[in-house]
Design a protein around this ligand. Structure first.
Ligand code: ZN
Length: 218
């Protein structure tokens, strides 16, 4: 069982399901040649693939193009279904920094064939989270800088305000399709600047006021 750890509390929480949003920043949708979506694009990652700050990300040998995607991750603290915006906002109890590692070559092939993306997104060590910060102990501006560097060179650099669907809208929408429960994590999509990583690379990711991640590709 994977757990969520907090930077500002000794509490621990078991991780439930991991729900991810695709194409939630217009500039990222454009860089991959995709339309800006009318509704959030949703996919899942299994909690068993989750790793943490300082763990190694293992590059699968069946892919030649693993990409980094830095994302704001929401921690759900209550069971909700068909939530209103207010209920969705209340259900978000914490924030973390995440990496949605993606096998872009497999994903492009699956998209072309109309197959599910599952195996481009689900592989051991393919999801990373930082320690979480409890929402009741901080106040976010919604304007926080989100960035990622590879070996010290900046690759992704944006602001949380550039999201197409806000965290609350994302949670409301997902809860209309599946019940969300305490311990579920929501990856809210990545800004532009995604790109390939190689074995030996060091990823540094940070969201202002929330946290940092450092992971090596092996
Ligand atoms: Zn993503």
């Amino acid at each position: 069982m994977k757990t969520v750890k907090f930077s500002n509390s000794d509490e621990k929480l078991n991780v439930g399901k991991i729900v991810c949003v695709g194409r939630n920043y217009a500039a990222h949708a454009e860089e991959l040649g995709n339309e800006v979506p009318e509704f959030p694009i949703i996919f899942l990652k299994p909690p068993s693939i989750l790793i943490y700050d300082n763990d190694n990300i293992v590059h699968p040998d069946y892919s030649d193009e693993m990409h980094h995607e830095v994302e704001l991750v929401l921690l759900i603290g209550a069971k909700i279904k068909n939530a209103s915006l207010e209920e969705a906002e209340r259900a978000i109890i914490g924030y973390g920094v995440g990496l949605d590692m993606t096998l872009r070559d497999l994903q492009s092939e699956f998209k072309k064939k109309g197959h599910p993306w599952t195996l481009a997104k689900c592989f051991d060590t393919g999801a990373v989270v930082s320690e979480f910060i409890l929402k009741k102990k901080i106040s976010l501006t919604g304007n926080e800088n989100i960035k990622l560097s590879i070996n010290g060179s900046l690759r992704q650099n944006s602001s949380l305000k550039m999201m197409i669907f806000s965290p609350t809208e994302v949670v409301k929408y997902i809860s209309e399709r599946m019940t969300l429960e305490k311990g579920d994590l929501i990856f809210t999509g990545t800004p532009s600047g995604v790109g390939k990583v190689e074995r030996g690379d060091i990823i540094d990711a940070e969201i202002e006021n929330i946290g940092t991640l450092k992971n090596k590709i092996v």
